[in-house]
Design a protein around this ligand. Sequence first.
Ligand SMILES: Cc1cc2nc3c(=O)[nH]c(=O)nc-3n(C[C@H](O)[C@H](O)[C@H](O)COP(=O)(O)OP(=O)(O)OC[C@H]3O[C@@H](n4cnc5c(N)ncnc54)[C@H](O)[C@@H]3O)c2cc1C
Length: 430
Amino acid sequence: MILTDTVETRAAQTLPRSLYAEEDGPWARTALTGRAEADVAIVGAGILGLSTALALAEAGTSVIVLEANEPGWGASGRNGGHANPGLKTHPDEVLRDFGQETLTWAYGAPTTLAALIDRLGIDAEFRQGGTYRAAVSEAGLRDVEALTEALIRHGIPARFEDAAAMEAATGCTRYHGAMLDPVGAQVNPLKYTRGLARAAQAAGAVICCDSPVTRYAREGAGWTVATPGGSVTAGQLLIATNGYSGPLVPKLAQSLIPVFSAIAASNPLPEALRGQILAGGGVLYETGTVTIYYRVDAAGRLIFGGRGQMEEADGLPSVAVLRQLAERTWPGLAAVGWCYGWNGRVAITADHYPHLHALEDSGLVAVGFNGRGVALTTALGPRLAEHLRGTPGALPFPVTAIRPIPFQKFWPVGVNAVLGADSLLRRLRG
Ligand SMILES: Cc1cc2nc3c(=O)[nH]c(=O)nc-3n(C[C@H](O)[C@H](O)[C@H](O)COP(=O)(O)OP(=O)(O)OC[C@H]3O[C@@H](n4cnc5c(N)ncnc54)[C@H](O)[C@@H]3O)c2cc1C
C-alpha cells in the first residue's frame, strides 16, 4: 500500500464574500461520515469535478465527490464568468501539439456549455454575446489581427473589429482593434456551479462538503480516500483541485503557479452606461502582460477583473486599482459606485496548457486551466468520465508526468515584482 503525504486539516470555510455569494445565499452542506463505496471518487467540487461527476452519474457509474468546503468554493464560484472558446495558446500551436480534434473541441467548449445549461435548465444568467480579445497597443493590434486570420483559417467564425467598432462596442477609446469570436458567452459562475452540483445529485452523485481529503492510498485494485470524518473506497480516483491543490498529490502544487485574479463589481449601471459597455452581452479580455477582463451582468453591473494582490482579498479596498482603471475608462462610473471586491487562484502551467497526470494505473489528476476553465472544464468533464469508464482515446490531452516548476515556491515574490500595485497601475495606464 502506498501512502501519500498527509494533508493538514483546517476548518472548512464558507464561500468568500462576493457578489455571487451574497446574491445566492448559503448551500446546505453535509460532510462524509463513516465508510462509503463508489466506482469513482472525485476530489474537488469545482466545475471540473462536478461536470465529471454529472457525466459519470448519468452513465450509471456511482460517484462520490469530496470537497473541502462546498461546491464552487474555489475558482469556479468566484470567477469572471467568461466562457471563452479555445486554449490560452495560439491555435496553430494547439493544432501542432494536439491535433485538429482537440482544437475543434476547445473552440466548441462554450457551445458545449450552452447545450448543457439548456438541457439541464440551469438558471445561470447565460448569454452568448461573443468573446472579444481586445488590443491595448500596436503590438496587441498585430496580435489580434494575426489571431483572427489564424482562426478563420481553422474554420472558426472569428472576425476582426477595428478601433471604431470597438469604441461603439465598449463606449471607450482604449482599443486599437479586437478579435471577436461569436461563440463566447457569459454566465453567473456560482449559479452555474451550483446548478451542476444539483444536476449531478439528481443523477445520483453524492457530494460531501466540509470533507477535505487528507490522504489517499492504493487498496487492491482501487483506492481508499480519507477525510477527517470518514473514508471512501473507489475503483477510480480523480483529483480536480486546480489552483487550490495542496500537498495531497506529491509535487502537484509545485507544478502550478496559483496566481491571484481579482474582481470588482459595480452597482447596477444607469441605462446610458449600460447601453455603451458591451451592450450586446459580450465578454472582453485585453492583450498585454496584465490581463483585464470584464462583462456586464444580467443586473447591469460591471464585473471588472484583473491581477491584484497576491494573497486572499476581501472587500473593495483590495480592488482599488481595478476600480480606478475602470473609472478612468468610463468616467460616468465614479458616480455609480461599487459593491463588492474579491479574488481567487488561477492555476497557471509552464506551457499554458491544461495538464493530465496519471496516479498509478487508475487515478487521474486534471489541473491547469490558465484562466480558461469555465468552458474548458465543462467540456473536459464528460471526456474524463468516458476515460474513467474505460473508453480509450477519450482524452483531448496526453497524460504526462508531473513536472515541478523550478523556483515555484518563489512565485509570490516574482509575481509581485512584476505586478506590484505601483507597477500594475503603470501597466494598466498603458
Ligand atoms: C478571480 C478569477 C476569475 C476567473 N475568471 C475566469 C473567467 O472569466 N473565465 C474562465 O474560463 N476562467 C476563469 N477563471 C478560472 C476558472 O474559474 C477555473 O479555471 C475553473 O473554475 C476551474 O475549476 P476547477 O473545478 O478545476 O477548480 P476549482 O473551482 O478551483 O475547484 C477546486 C476545488 O478543490 C477543493 N479542494 C482542494 N483541495 C482539496 C482536498 N484536499 N480535499 C477536498 N477538496 C479540495 C477546493 O476547495 C475547491 O473547491 C477565473 C479564476 C479566478 C480565481
